[in-house]
Design a binder for this molecule. Structure first.
Ligand code: OGA
Ligand code: MN
Length: 292
């Protein structure tokens, strides 16, 4: 059966049904991959994949990035295995609360992410939705002189920086996403390696804007203001979609051209999600070379 693809009422996103991702055939994968490049976010309701099936689905997109050593799937969850809930002060909870700011995954790693696959297992009564914003349409909506100005700029990306902004101070070497090498710099405008479309590449991990060659830097306030203004402008209708999760749903998004964020919920309720991240391609997702 051919998958049914319904575009969302926005510049990105589609809901895909009439497909069982656990038994994906080659012709169906071709359809999914083409839709992924066109819509950047694909929502697959009612899949109920096992961990192994989610990993297998993720592996169609490329090499799985191990967020935690030897794990191809990680819980994004406020519930421990014994059923107790994490306190807001817990390290893992602070990282998840950081997800409530617009971001793209692994931009703070030397090799940024290509795609992320997220599944819902336990959802709160209300809140806890996820939103995505289209950075291709955002770039297109800028005036030509701003587009040109941005083409010459780059920013540092750091999870220490973004977590610091919400008051979470992390010691170097804390694990998952907390790099131990130099902080990557990335251009503010990214060209998609498949579609060749330019998109804004910003989000909460970005700071310290300067010229691409690193010879000129904006001052801290001007840099923060520029990045804030770009995210505020970009993450507006018709460039955003929101998904209210039902257990069993799977979403895959293209980190190279969308931002995403989690919405708040009451932390006295459980929210259990599982994440599989696909590493970018070295040719297109490697950070800029370190400047002297
Ligand atoms: C993520 C993420 C958002 C959410 O898994 O990378 O940002 O809604 N999740 O849990
Ligand atoms: Mn994320």
């Amino acid at each position: 059966m051919a998958p049914d693809i319904r575009p969302c009422d926005a510049t990105l996103g589609a809901v895909v049904s009439e497909i069982a991702l656990g038994e994906l055939t080659e012709p169906q994968w071709q359809v999914v991959e083409a839709a992924f490049h066109e819509f950047a976010v694909l929502i697959f309701p009612n899949q109920h994949l096992t961990d192994a099936q989610q990993i297998e689905f993720g592996a169609h997109f490329g090499r799985i990035e191990q967020l935690v050593a030897d794990r191809n799937i990680v819980p994004i969850s406020n519930r421990r295995e014994d059923g107790s809930l994490l306190a807001d002060e817990a390290h893992g909870m602070q990282v998840m609360m950081g997800n409530e700011g617009w971001h793209t995954d692994s931009s703070y790693m030397p090799l940024a992410a290509k795609a992320s696959v997220l599944s819902a297992h336990v959802v709160p009564e209300s809140g806890g939705e996820t939103e995505w914003a289209d950075m291709r349409a955002a770039f297109d909506a800028l005036d030509a002189s701003t587009q040109q100005q941005l083409q010459g700029l780059a920013a540092y990306h750091s999870l220490y920086y973004s977590q610091g902004q919400i008051g979470h101070v992390v010691k170097p070497g804390a694990g998952y996403g907390f790099h131990t090498q130099h902080t990557p710099r990335r251009p503010l405008v990214k060209r998609h390696p498949v579609t060749n479309c330019p998109s804004l590449y910003v989000g909460r991990h970005a700071y310290g804007v300067g010229s691409k060659d690193g010879s000129e830097m904006l001052d801290e306030i001007a840099s923060a203001q520029l990045l804030d203004d770009l995210v505020s402008f970009a993450c507006q209708p018709p460039r955003i979609i929101q998904h209210t999760w039902t257990p069993g749903d799977i979403v895959v998004w293209d980190n190279r051209c969308v931002l995403h964020r989690a919405r708040p919920y009451d932390h006295r309720e459980a929210r259990v999600m599982k994440h599989t991240r696909i590493a970018g391609e070295p040719d297109s997702e490697t950070c800029l070379p370190k400047t002297a």
